[in-house]
Design a protein around this ligand. Structure first.
Ligand code: CTP
Length: 413
């Protein structure tokens, strides 16, 4: 479950909260009736919107009786007083929960389609929106659904991943809607203050590109996934997040301030400026270590059998930050192919990092993979080493360690 609160956050109740439940057309709609019961017992006021397909599985009357409120099933229903219903509902809600969320509503929400009541409510929603997907496991694995989920996550939506098991269609695999109790817990957590509330976090991500001539450049395989996962997680835990990133392969998450750069020198300038206003800096960018001594104005021609390119080292941004951190917490990354632990702790010391994340390049780890295997050091002390996990999970673990750092107290506003 990606609920992004951090283990130190305080779980809150639901008393007095206003929950708008959007039910779309899947067999798991029957579980949403139980969800309404649990929410009502927890003290929430609940209003329900149903897509036309949802009404084929459960009747609106069921939700009307359980929620003790009228259920909206059409954009054009006549009410006692004239209201623009989808706008009124969106203004009313503290949280919107889509359960079950079909592949269809996920696609519409990712694209911003508004062609019936459920999708229109989502497009006009002002409150945080949570999706509890439920579908056949082949649909859940389909690249189109994966793309749409990634878009929703980068738009700041919360996805409650489906569980694995026997599905209504007879297949077995991931696709079962999160249990109503888990949805309630995620909602409770979303109302609790995050453990990075009031903290300003600067995150760098992606790669840099050093120009050789107008058509060629030196770069590396960094995709931006690890830095983006940290930025997204920090924001979900209440931090004010500034993101400085170079070229990447995935969409950037929604943060408070964002600056896009291309070269190591541009990254240095942007990071140095933002560092003055941060409490925690996570340097996940793969900054190029070398840049051409001079950039040719014209395209280099293929003359002769060989060609020499003179490179010089770029400035080490992390080292320069480490030297003037004045109590800020600095997290560095080390990508090592050999002597990982020794190199990571040496780099932490030399660069003035409080935390160092060690990862190794591989098919499933390091730069471009969605997964990683990390070892986290606090100064010289090894805190933990993980098995292969998703970069989202790695981000949670790294920020758990930072959030538990006693020095953070002095920054809280
Ligand atoms: N880093 C930086 N500025 C650079 C190069 C790297 O700030 N010009 C930062 C990276 O963002 C990362 C850390 O330094 O957090 C370690 O990067 P890495 O490439 O592993 O280390 P290097 O110091 O470049 O050492 P080497 O390449 O020799 O292993």
């Amino acid at each position: 479950m990606r609920n992004r609160r951090g283990k130190n956050s305080r779980e809150g109740g639901l008393s007095g909260t206003k929950i708008l439940l959007v039910v779309t057309g899947g067999i798991a709609a029957y579980k949403s009736a139980l969800l309404v019961r649990l929410l009502k017992c927890g003290g929430s006021e609940v209003r329900v919107v149903m897509s036309a397909a949802a009404t084929e599985f459960v009747t609106p009357l069921t939700f009307e009786i359980l929620s003790e409120n009228p259920v909206s099933i059409s954009m054009f229903a006549r009410r006692e007083r004239p209201v623009v219903e989808h706008v009124e509902l969106s203004k009313w809600a503290d949280r919107v929960v889509v359960a079950p969320a079909t592949a269809d509503i996920i696609a519409k929400a990712a694209l911003g389609v508004a062609d019936e009541i459920a999708s229109t409510v989502l497009l006009s929603a002002r409150a945080p929106v949570m999706f509890a997907p439920a579908m056949n496991e082949a649909m859940w694995a389909n690249p189109a659904v994966r793309r749409n989920i990634e878009t929703l996550v980068s738009d700041g939506k919360i996805i409650l991943d489906p569980g694995s098991g026997a599905l209504a269609c007879g297949d077995v695999g991931p696709g079962r809607m999160a249990e109503p109790e888990d949805i309630v817990r995620a909602l409770e957590a979303s109302f609790a203050p995050g453990d990075l509330a009031g903290i300003r976090v600067l995150v760098t991500a992606g790669r840099t590109e050093e120009e050789i001539d107008p058509v060629r450049y030196i770069t590396n395989r960094s995709s931006g996934r690890m830095g983006f996962a940290i930025a997204r997680e920090a924001r979900a835990r209440g931090a004010h997040v500034t993101l400085v990133h170079g070229p990447v392969d995935v969409p950037a998450p929604r943060v408070d301030a964002i600056e896009r750069v291309a070269t190591a020198a541009e990254m240095k300038a942007a990071v140095t400026k933002a560092f003055a206003r941060c409490d925690v800096c996570v340097m996940a960018a793969a900054v190029s270590d070398f840049t051409p001594v001079r950039r040719r104005a014209g395209k280099i021609k293929r003359a002769g059998k060989s060609f020499e390119l003179e490179l010089r080292s770029t400035e080490d941004i992390l080292s320069s930050l480490g030297k003037r951190k004045e109590g800020r917490i600095v997290v560095g990354f080390a990508l090592e192919t050999e002597n990982g632990e020794a190199n990571a702790t040496r780099k932490a010391r030399e660069k003035g990092c409080d935390y160092m994340v060690l990862n190794a390049p591989g098919k499933k780890t390091g730069f471009s993979a969605p997964t990683n295997q990390i070892t986290l050091f606090k100064e010289r002390k090894k805190l933990f080493a993980t098995p292969l996990i998703s970069k989202d999970e790695a981000a949670v673990l790294i920020l758990d360690a930072v959030a538990a750092d006693g020095r953070l107290k002095r920054f809280r506003r």
